[in-house]
Design a protein around this ligand. Structure first.
Ligand code: ARG
Length: 838
């Protein structure tokens, strides 16, 4: 799957414009006014209800951890710097008398401190010192308890208040001297997840580790069989003073809702929010392991788990790395070109580190810099301000996740400043710079305003190659190009394809027909009387698809009931309305639904588990995954003929294949239902030359057992219409880019059905009526090698998913004007019925 979310011009979304002709007539205005008043009334009522529901109704019982709401058992953690104490190795042993004495003393002190604030002392329960480190630093937490009924009375109970009380107390001249004149000099406190309150003497799951030069390992309880629900584990890791600590997780698979289960890493020995390095949940593929780094010689890892789902947990490896190596960054770069990265990239950079690179090239030249990777994401950061971690270049701060960041200097010197604060780190960046001559910045090439150079032929081709559109500004459009209202030129082919290619919608503006005309699905305007005249006038039959007025009329576009009755209604099958007298249109509809709740938003194009329960992976002999397929029933799969009819007859032998259903990760086939093939039926008219009739039916040797992750897809009737412009989804483990590697995680991509005329033109008439095009003419999103045989599915208003196509072929992958070509199921529907009986 080549699933860049946007084509390079970034315009993916379908925009339907209200055309002049469709504007509302004046006499309807009063009606509209009344409508608006009614809608406003409803909206206000809904808002009032929601406010009541979330703010008042639940305020006593809900205790979530957020900045402005205090949970019933608030926990604060932090550290204190002690004065007058000498560091003793024994303090690292929580069983030693030294530890116990000093901890007890400090715990009493903390209790005393809260007394200066009556509100705090009223609800205070206890404080626990969890560790000491050189310096001398003590790590602690303090717990409070607010009875449920009083929660709303104490909104002023806050982190600031706790910190104020502590700071005031330690400043008081008569503040209690601790044991042997030990005094607390500095103290921090931040609101902490109450589940982190652990006693350092706890028997279970509280570990003290010592990092050394060689790698050592630990793993979550029960790994890899599964961790118990209710896990509250902490690992305190220390290294000798001149070292920092690196931890990597070669295997990481926990629940993917971070509010239930998560691993948090702290640059402290306290689970102090303000010193969180990262908080992670979900599953990470081996190709993208989590690797973090401390800034000092201490680190705390906390694992909280509250779900009952069986997940393996994690394995961790830790070791000590000399601080000098960690802090090594920045410097003068005086070569005419080179690369540099954030500290330790692609390991997470350490917290609290500053670096400065000074790129100096020969005078008269300038510097251009390009970031091939830039990730400095931090929760709650406004990426326009970048007030936490950032890269600063020429007085502008950059943070967040950026693709294609490229800049040029004003002189022969360019300074790059990197800053990470105390909390939350990320993978950082990798950059490449080079010197260029401002008089001739791009020899034989076009110079973008970003400083990048691109091939001259890419200028004014309707395609944003520079990234800032500078290659598409001030263009004179060619005869085969459309002049957008904003001055851009786009291929004429892209006009009226229901995709806003210009960006200002001008290419989709003049696409409606005259009032006395009918607009076919492919955009062609025909006289109104072609509609329902029992003749197919539009190429796609849309003029005959919805003809309720003539119930007895049977055409190619009618839905045929089992009794032979014709229903003239678009997509009558499985729409929860019985249209046939014998109800056959609603008879076989146990398909096209996904049992899992999938309302979470996931980043990227990785599919969620159970999102495409009809997707199957076909493994061939020892080659692993080679093609996709879809589930039609517990015994039948649908795929492409070209996966089986090849130069070798081996592909036609059922026993050479294994099918995996319910699979998400290729490296976890043990999670899937594995079935052998009993029979492979390829279409007798399949042509290896033209890919015509590229369809195959696979009979399984054993039936599948349907589950949350294994479900059949609905097959459309032959009269089903998937109109041009409709957004559908293609899924598979195919290559992530043209000539690239296969995906390990199931990928999904949203593609649009392309009208047949355009499809024909762009493929130079290579498509037959058994094929359909889907994708984006602008390119960027497509299926690719290895997706073949997999389904193209569309969600219908009836609430079910229907398969519109089978991944068949394409010129390259995701190229512009080269959409994916799919086998058109509606045209092959009868053959499926004939061969598989479904
Ligand atoms: N024939 C390819 C396969 O065997 C699928 C190609 C799909 N290509 C595309 N650009 N949509 O996997």
């Amino acid at each position: 799957m080549n699933a860049a979310r946007y084509g390079q011009n970034g315009n993916e979304e379908r925009v339907d414009f209200l055309k002049n002709k469709e504007k509302v007539p004046a006499k309807k205005k009063t009606g509209i006014l009344i409508g608006i008043v009614v809608v406003l009334f409803i909206l206000t009522s809904v808002a009032a209800f929601l406010i009541w529901f979330f703010v008042f109704k639940d305020s006593n019982s809900k205790a979530t951890l957020s900045k402005n709401r205090i949970p019933a058992e608030p926990l604060f953690s932090g550290h204190m710097k002690l004065m007058g104490a000498t560091y003793d190795q024994k303090l690292e042993d929580t069983d030693s008398q030294e530890f116990k004495d000093l901890a007890a003393k400090l715990e009493t002190d903390l209790g005393e401190y809260y007394k200066i604030d009556p509100l705090l002392s009223k609800y205070y329960t206890k404080s626990i010192v969890t560790a000491f480190s050189e310096g001398v630093n003590a790590y602690y937490w303090s717990q409070f308890y607010i009875p449920v009924g009083e929660l709303e009375l104490v909104p002023e109970f806050s982190e600031e208040r706790v910190l104020n009380a502590l700071e005031k107390s330690i400043q008081e001249p008569d503040s209690r001297m601790s044991l042997n004149n030990v005094k607390i000099r500095k103290i921090t406190a931040s609101l902490t997840d109450p589940r982190m309150a652990r006693s350092p003497q706890a028997e279970d799951c509280f570990l003290h580790l010592e990092a050394a030069e060689e790698v050592q390992k630990f793993s979550s309880v029960g790994y890899p069989k599964g961790y118990p629900s209710g896990s509250r584990c902490q690992w305190q890791i220390r290294a000798s003073e001149e070292n920092a600590i690196s931890v990597s997780f070669p295997s990481f698979d926990i629940e993917d809702d971070c509010s239930n289960d998560f691993v948090a890493v702290f640059d402290s020995l306290s689970p102090d929010q303000s010193q969180t390095i990262t908080k992670q949940c979900g599953q990470r593929p081996p190709s993208n392991p989590l690797m973090v780094m401390s800034s000092g010689n201490i680190l705390l890892i906390s694992f909280i788990a509250d779900t009952n789902v069986q997940k393996p947990g994690f394995q961790a490896e830790y070791k000590a790395i000399p601080k000098t190596e960690v802090e090594k960054c920045g410097g003068v770069l005086s070569k005419s070109s080179g690369n540099f990265t954030s500290p330790l990239h692609p390991i997470f950079y350490p917290p609290a580190i500053d670096c400065k690179w000074s790129i100096q090239v020969s005078s008269g030249l300038k510097v251009r810099i390009k970031f091939s990777m830039f990730r400095m994401k931090e929760p709650g950061v406004d990426i326009r301000r970048c007030h936490k971690d950032y890269v600063e270049i020429m007085n502008t701060k950059y943070c967040g996740e950026l693709s294609n960041l490229a800049l040029t200097s004003d002189s022969n010197v360019l300074e790059v400043v990197f800053h990470s604060d105390e909390s939350f780190t990320d993978k950082g960046f990798s950059a490449e710079y080079s010197a260029y001559d401002p008089k001739n910045p791009c020899p034989d090439k076009f110079a973008c305003e970003t400083g990048m150079c691109i091939a001259k032929s890419l200028q004014c081709d309707g395609w944003n190659d520079c990234g800032d559109m500078s290659d598409e500004a001030n263009c004179k459009c060619d005869s085969d190009q459309f002049s957008c209202a904003n001055g851009l030129c786009k291929p004429k082919l892209w006009v009226c394809d229901r995709v806003n290619d210009c960006g200002d919608g001008s290419d989709e503006k003049q696409c409606s027909c005259d009032p006395n005309e009918w607009r076919c699905g492919n955009g062609v305007c025909l006289p109104q009387d072609v509609v329902c005249n029992n003749r197919k006038d539009c190429e796609d039959g849309s003029d005959e698809a919805s003809c309720k007025a003539s119930p007895d009329l049977c055409s190619d576009f009618s839905f045929k009931c089992a009794s032979g009755e014709c229903v003239n209604k678009v997509n009558a099958e499985c729409d929860r309305v019985s249209d046939c007298a014998d109800k056959s249109d609603e008879a076989i509809c146990d398909c096209g639904t996904r049992p899992y709740k999938l309302n979470r938003i996931v980043g990227g194009q990785n599919a969620e588990l159970g999102e495409w329960p009809w997707q199957v992976s076909l493994h061939f002999m020892t080659a692993g995954h080679v093609c996709g397929a879809s589930i039609l029933s517990d015994r039948w799969l649908l795929s492409a003929s070209h996966c089986f009819v090849t130069h070798s007859s081996d592909n036609l032998i059922p026993s050479n294949w294994i099918t995996y259903s319910g699979l998400q990760y290729q490296y976890k086939i043990s999670d899937a239902q594995q079935r052998k093939l009993k029979k492979i039926i390829t279409h007798p008219l399949y042509s290896q030359m033209t890919y015509d009739y590229d369809i195959a039916l696979l009979e399984l040797s054993e039936p599948l057992v349907f589950s949350n992750t294994i479900q059949p897809i609905c097959l459309p009737s032959s009269s089903h219409v998937f109109p041009a412009g409709m957004s559908c989804w293609v899924t598979g483990w195919g290559a992530l880019r043209e000539a690239g590697q296969l995906a390990m995680t199931l990928q999904k991509a949203s593609v649009k059905i392309i009208n047949d005329t355009v499809c024909n033109t762009v493929t130079e008439n290579q498509v037959t009526s058994r094929m359909l095009c889907s994708g984006f003419l602008a390119g960027g999103v497509d299926a690719c090698q290895g997706d073949s045989g997999g389904p193209l599915v569309c969600f219908e208003e009836s609430g079910k998913w229907f398969q519109a196509g089978i991944v068949s072929w394409g010129e390259g992958c995701a190229r512009r004007n080269k959409p994916g070509v799919y086998s058109r199921i509606t045209k092959l529907r009868d053959w499926i019925k004939q061969e598989a009986g479904i």
